[in-house]
Design a protein around this ligand. Structure first.
Ligand code: TYC
Length: 140
């Protein structure tokens, strides 16, 4: 009969209790952007075999949208698109016309804080210039 050695809980890494992947030498500097796949990793120093979970760490992306209204001048919208969203004059015109015709249009996709800052900039400049232009963000 093969006797399986029992492991004292004192030797079990705390990380496993929270369900975190057990990666012996993966310190805080381990930043592979979630590209590391699953499978067995051998730790030759301690002789333990650990399993890594594919840790997909995608940034939370948000789509920033402009909404149409009947009063904001077209030129103002074009300038906002150039200034806040770094669009070329041609792209800005195209996006503005799309919003004008369809009611809503995408200005760009950004991580949360960037999207929030852009929405705030649009809303602030619209309010200062007394235009009812609306800008919103939605999770992609
Ligand atoms: N519809 C506006 C007009 O006719 C122009 C406009 C375009 C307003 C896009 C808002 O997000 C907007 N003056």
């Amino acid at each position: 009969m093969i006797k399986t050695p029992s492991i004292s809980p004192a030797f079990l890494p705390l990380a496993t209790e929270q369900g975190a992947p057990l990666r012996p030498h993966a310190g805080p500097q381990d930043d592979d952007g979630g590209r590391r796949g699953g499978g067995d990793d051998s730790d030759f120093e301690s002789g333990t075999v650990t399993k890594t979970r594919p840790k997909t760490k995608r940034p939370n992306l948000y789509r920033v949208l402009l909404l149409n209204d009947d009063y904001t001048p077209m030129e103002f919208v074009v300038l906002v698109l150039q200034d806040v969203f770094n669009k070329s004059r041609e792209d800005a015109l195209q996006i503005m016309l799309h919003v004008h015709q369809k009611g809503v249009g995408e200005c760009g996709v950004y991580p949360y804080e960037v999207a929030e800052t852009k929405v705030t900039r649009v809303m602030d400049t619209a309010r200062k210039n007394q235009h009812p232009l609306q800008c919103v963000m939605e999770k992609q």
